[in-house]
Design a protein around this ligand. Sequence first.
Ligand code: FMN
Ligand code: SF4
Length: 189
Amino acid sequence: MSSAINDRKDAYGDSLTGRAKFLLDVIDAIREKVGRKFFLSIKLSVIENDDATLPWPVYYGEAIPHLVEGINVPAAVAIKQRVKIPVICTGDFQTAEGILRALGRGCDAVFIARPLLANPQLPVWLKEGWPGPKDPPCSYCNRCLLNVIEHPLGCYDERRFRQYGEKSYEEMIRRVMAIFPDKTDAGWL
Ligand SMILES: Cc1cc2nc3c(=O)[nH]c(=O)nc-3n(C[C@H](O)[C@H](O)[C@H](O)COP(=O)(O)O)c2cc1C
Ligand code: SF4
């Protein structure tokens, strides 16, 4: 749906209606196959500004965590007010306060991506009553996003491991590689 990417001039381009038609036709086709009761979700980038091709870190990288957590909540709430289906908000959630604020404003749930790479135990800690990550939080640096093209999925912000001093790099790589049992000393962790 991004006008920065979709430059078609046919029925699937040009206006917002045209660009949305592609998505809506795909949804209709899936629904026809799977029926009404099958769970189907779509993910929309709600803030567009015709700049979808700009690198993400221009806006979010190195951001101050408490200022960006829930950055998409106002847009999600605006959508929620116009639809009758559940709306799940994504974007920088990693504290109980931020998540509860989103739910309190009307979002049905939140999705979490990068903060779970930084702290995979985060949901357990939140459930136990911790206000957020026990270990250094996700810095939103997006190094994970750049690395995933060629390297295993994981947190690549070495600064989060500075408590290990000269071994910070080794510790970071050890955690990234922990999903490969034959590549770690400890086997399955
Ligand atoms: C390594 C990585 C891969 C991602 N791949 C996709 C993808 O394939 N499709 C997508 O819609 N979003 C993708 N995202 C974006 C996330 O789903 C999410 O919208 C984004 O990271 C913001 O949420 P967060 O602040 O909780 O990380 C990816 C994010 C990361 C970090
Ligand atoms: S590399 Fe780590 S700190 Fe940086 S955005 Fe990804 S998970 Fe967060």
